[in-house]
Design a binder for this molecule. Sequence first.
Ligand code: PEP
Length: 255
Amino acid sequence: MNKNLRKPVIAGNWKMNMTPAKTAAFIEELKVKVAGKNECDIVLCVPYVDIQTAVASAKGTNVKIGAQNVHFKESGAYTGEISAEMLLEIGAEYVVIGHSERRQYFGETDETVNLRTLAALNAGLKVILCVGEMLDERELGITEEIVSMQTKIALKDVSAEMLKNVIIAYEPVWAIGTGKTATAEQAEEVCAIIRNVIAKLYTKADADATVIQYGGSMNAKNASELLSKENVDGGLIGGASLKTEDFTIIVDAAQ
Ligand code: PEP
């Protein structure tokens, strides 16, 4: 089965939650619970101000740390922004790009998602690239078109070599933070569509090697069904990543 070609990635997206002190306490608790669970990669994408604490707390464990956004310029007059080099220097390994909350509330476009992806990859970060349709787009029957377009634009000028450091997160916008999960069949269908887009842009071998996560109200109860699907290689988890018990159950489901 092609699924065996890929190591699942369970990533938490903390959004604007947790202070540095809470981060240290959380990771102290989590690292004991997930120790030795190496069948999936475990990542926490935390607010910028928590990264250094998270990196220090996770040192020597199987928990990796990421950011939730990155600017596409190397440096300059971009008040309030953070560059890929800055993230790397403080120990971040991953960065979420194109999350629907950034697209909805902060003017993120497919083009800036592409620029951020290129900047992050060129600097040596691993990218968790989010794509997904809105509810009205699903109801109009254009999920495939939307997700294919987002994937193609985001990967413009990304070489096959660079693709090795890209994880795609399929996140239907209507399922994020709503408690409304896509069914395992819906998640599988769209993750398979994305894999097919990658096969066309690159090769089938590249597509088979690409990790494609599902995200959208994944939790301790529904994770194992979602993760059992052939094309679902892990999860990007918001709410349920804020509790060590729930996050550990999701990690266990991916083992
Ligand atoms: C997310 O933030 O990417 C997400 C999927 O959130 P939630 O799990 O809370 O729906």
